[in-house]
Structure formats: structure tokens, C-alpha cells
Design a binder for this molecule. Structure first.
Ligand SMILES: [Zn+2]
Length: 461
């Protein structure tokens, strides 16, 4: 199985302003071409192909072209972080770097309404602090390094490299999707007079090179991730965007190939790793409720004491990466009948065994929303929200495989990101949630957004 992750670095004017330091009208207008011409062509091509992609967007681009960045997001593509003004983190001190990331995430969220879950360094280079700062900010992945080609890995913190040798540091929670100059449109196509880079290769030549890289990945790398980096101002030229369309058609015609945003792929990798880890620890299927119950604080106010359960957590007691597995439950015919009665959804795929046998599912399946509803009940058994959650704010959710009568499911839950709200008594936790069946397959997964109380300042701890 090969996953193709198409990525577009929507640098617009920022790369000329910051990285190339050519802030005169004509160089800047080369960046403007990306916004004015390139993105629209790319969106039309992706729409025709029916594939979703990741756009790395500097805050400068989002502020300059908010309508275009919103259109990218509204078309179902991921918008991820790419610096404030396309600056390299190298040379920034940790406090400056943290602040640049915080502001860039805030600006992207203001423009698109969604919080980014990944980062690509505009310079394809990181400071010694970058990975820790990405982790702190609750991001899931980075895509800037080159230690592998088609196998994502956990980025490390604290590598020591001296004349005597190399001592690797510890693995972080950040999933690294490696990049390569070979799989980037810049060196092939970008013409620069100073310093000389001729670029301007023919689309057909580059198509041959990229196709050979993809074919090698598919033939030789199990579960490979093919990450391609392109730029609207470069790939947006007509013959080049047509070439990319041909390449996508070739990939789609190759059996065992799927397309994904980096964010979705990172979430899938994180869930798969957590399942493997739990299996190794022989913890499946027992519930992995936090071993040491959280310290429960006093009431939020004297007059409104919540009924706080023994396993409940306040916002401050969660950390990004915290993971739980719920108890299991077998899906029975009674579940299907009860849900059909409750909702009035008597679609024969749920209620007519003879009909259902003739479908690709081979028998009756549980209603998709019933799977989600049962997942909320399984999750409740962890007790995390009892008396500390204020509201379920929403979710994004994918149905990946049917849940059949007789299947036994549990729920895997991980804290994907957290953010404080303007109200100092509250915070929002984004959980990545997956319904996993007895074969370890993910049936449904997505993000649940929940608002929690924060612990009262100065409360007992
Ligand atoms: Zn860039």
C-alpha cells in the first residue's frame, strides 16, 4: 500500500521578500503569480482528480490573500504552517521561534477557522529547538527533513554531533514526513539569474523522474508515503500543472495507492503505532485508564460544584499525546434494530438480511451514526469528562469500514491538541478518536472537540 501526499508550498510574495531578499516589483510579482494564477489551476486540477492535498501557507500569504487561502481550505484541502514571512527558524532563539509559530498558527486559524496540525520549515532546515516547540504547540507532524525517502519517522530531540561521531537523541511525538530536492519542483523549473539556477527543464523530463520515484516506492517500500513538494508559482504554469495531472492519473491507475493529506496520514500513523504499542504491552483489550487517578480539585465556584468523577480530568490535567483505550463491546442485532427504531432509518442494508447479502458487505451492517453514538458511550466509561467537560463542540469524522453484527469494537482516544480560550476558566481539547474492531482495523475515526473546565487557580492540587 502506497500513500501519496501532494503538498503545495503557497509562498506567494513572502519567499521573495524574506528568503530571496528581492523586494522590488518584478521579483515580488513572480510570487503574486502563484496567488493570481497558480492556486486556481491547481485547485481545478485536484478537483477534477478528486484528491485532497496539503497546502503549507506562510502567515504573510494568509494575510495577503485570505480569500484564496479560505478557498483552499473550503475545497477540502489541509492548510498547514510555513512560518510568518517564510523565515528560517535557524538563528532564532527559542522564545522568538515559539512566538513566530504561535502567531502563524493563530493567523492561519483566524483565516481558515481550523487549527493547523503540521509544519514545514520554509528553509527546509530546523533549529535545535524546533521539534520541541512543535510538540509543545500540539502539532502532529513536520515535513522538512531528509533522513529517509518514503518512510515517515519520529523526529528526534537532542541529537549530539561532534567530530567524534553522532549520538542520536530521543524520539519525539512529532511524525516526520521526509522531503527531497529530487521530489521538489524548484530545482527543476525555477529560473534564477543570481545565484545562477537554470531550471526550466521540460515537464516531460520531470514527469519521467517523479514517476520513476513513485514506481520504485510502490514496488519496494511497504506502506510507503510518497511526499511531493510543489509551489503554485512554479507548478502553476499550464504544461506543468497538466504534467502533474498525468502523474496523478498514473498513480491512481496503480493498484494499492491512496491519496491523503499529511494531517490525516499522521493521525493514522499515530493511531496504528499506539495500537501496536498497546498490543506489545498486552494491554488490549483491558481499559487503559490513567494509572494514577488525577487529583480532583474543589468546585469551580462556591455555588456551582460539579459532580466530578474519580477519573475525571480538568483541562490542565491533559497533555498532548495522552492515549486511552476503552473497554470492548460486541455489536448485536438488538443494537441495529434499536437504532433503526430510534431514528426511523430502516434502510434494507440494516434491516433486510436477504438484500444485505447481495451487497458488497455480505450482510446487515450497523448504521454509521450508531457506530459513532456507541463510541461516545464507550468513551464515557473512561470517566474523563464526568463533571469536568462543559460541552461537546463538534467533530470531523470518517467512516472507513463497516461495523457488522458480531463485531467487537473499542475506542482509541488520543489528545491531538489543546488550546486555552479567552475565558480563563475554560480550555478546548481536540481528541483523535478511532473505533477499532477485533482485527485491529479502524472502522471510523476523526477529531472530537470538547470544552473543559480548567482547575481553579490556587485550588487544592
Ligand atoms: Zn516555501
Amino acid at each position: 500500500m502506497t500513500t501519496v501526499c501532494l503538498t503545495f508550498d503557497f509562498d506567494a510574495l513572502s519567499i521573495w521578500l524574506s528568503t530571496f531578499r528581492q523586494a522590488t516589483p518584478t521579483p515580488l510579482s513572480r510570487g503574486e503569480y502563484g496567488a493570481r494564477v497558480g492556486v486556481e489551476r491547481i485547485l481545478a486540477m485536484l478537483d477534477a482528480q478528486g484528491v485532497a492535498a496539503t497546502f503549507f501557507v506562510p502567515a504573510h500569504t494568509a494575510l495577503s490573500f485570505p480569500g484564496i487561502v479560505r478557498a483552499v481550505s473550503a475545497a477540502g484541502h489541509e492548510v498547514a504552517a510555513h512560518g510568518l514571512v517564510h523565515e528560517s527558524p535557524v538563528g532564532l532563539d527559542a522564545a522568538q521561534e515559539r512566538e513566530h509559530l504561535r502567531r502563524s498558527l493563530e493567523i492561519l486559524e483566524d483565516v481558515t477557522g481550523g487549527r493547523p496540525s503540521g509544519y514545514r520549515s520554509p528553509a527546509w532546515d530546523l533549529s535545535p529547538d524546533t521539534i520541541a516547540i512543535l510538540e509543545e504547540a500540539g502539532l502532529l507532524y513536520d515535513s522538512s527533513m531528509m533522513a529517509d525517502d518514503f518512510r515517515p519517522f519520529r523526529a528526534r530531540k537532542g541529537d549530539v554531533v561532534t567530530e567524534e561521531g553522532f549520538r542520536p537523541g530521543s524520539e519525539s511525538g512529532i511524525i516526520e514526513f521526509p522531503v527531497a530536492w529530487e521530489l521538489d519542483d524548484y530545482p527543476y523549473f525555477h529560473f534564477a539569474a543570481r545565484p545562477i539556477n537554470q531550471g526550466l527543464r521540460s515537464p516531460g523530463e520531470v514527469e519521467t523522474l517523479w514517476r520513476a520515484e513513485f514506481d520504485y516506492c510502490h514496488a519496494h517500500v511497504a506502506d510507503g508515503v510518497f511526499t511531493l513538494t510543489t509551489h503554485p508559482e512554479i507548478i502553476g504554469r499550464g504544461p506543468r500543472v497538466e504534467m502533474l495531472g498525468r502523474l496523478i492519473r498514473h498513480m491512481k491507475a496503480t493498484a494499492g495507492t491512496a491519496f491523503s493529506t499529511l494531517s490525516d496520514k499522521a493521525a493514522a500513523i499515530a493511531v496504528a503505532q499506539s495500537i501496536r504499542q498497546k498490543q506489545q504491552e498486552h494491554m488490549m483489550p483491558s481499559p487503559a485508564i490513567a494509572p494514577a487517578g488525577p487529583q480532583i480539585d474543589g468546585p469551580q465556584t462556591e455555588s456551582s460544584q460539579p459532580a466530578v468523577g474519580p477519573n475525571a480530568r480538568f483541562y490542565d490535567q491533559f497533555a498532548v499525546g495522552d492515549t486511552w483505550i476503552t473497554p470492548r463491546r460486541t455489536i448485536t442485532e438488538a443494537d441495529v434494530v434499536a437504532f433503526a427504531a430510534l431514528t426511523g432509518d430502516h434502510n434494507p442494508i440494516h434491516t433486510d438480511e436477504e438484500f444485505a447479502r447481495t451487497t458488497p458487505f455480505g450482510g446487515r451492517i450497523l448504521h454509521g451514526p450508531a457506530g459513532f453514538a456507541i463510541a461516545t458511550g464507550l468513551e464515557f466509561r473512561l470517566g474523563l469528562k464526568e463533571g469536568t467537560a462543559i460541552a461537546f463542540l463538534g467533530m470531523t469524522w470518517d467512516l472507513r469500514a463497516p461495523i457488522k453484527i458480531g463485531d467487537t469494537i473499542c475506542v482509541h482516544q488520543r489528545v491531538a491538541s489543546m488550546r486555552e480560550t479567552r475565558n480563563p476558566t475554560r480550555g478546548i481539547v481536540d481528541f483523535h478518536v478511532a473505533i477499532v474492531n477485533q482485527r485491529g482495523e479502524i472502522c471510523q475515526d476523526g477529531e472530537w472537540k470538547v470544552m473543559f473546565f480548567r482547575r481553579r487557580e490556587g485550588g487544592a492540587s
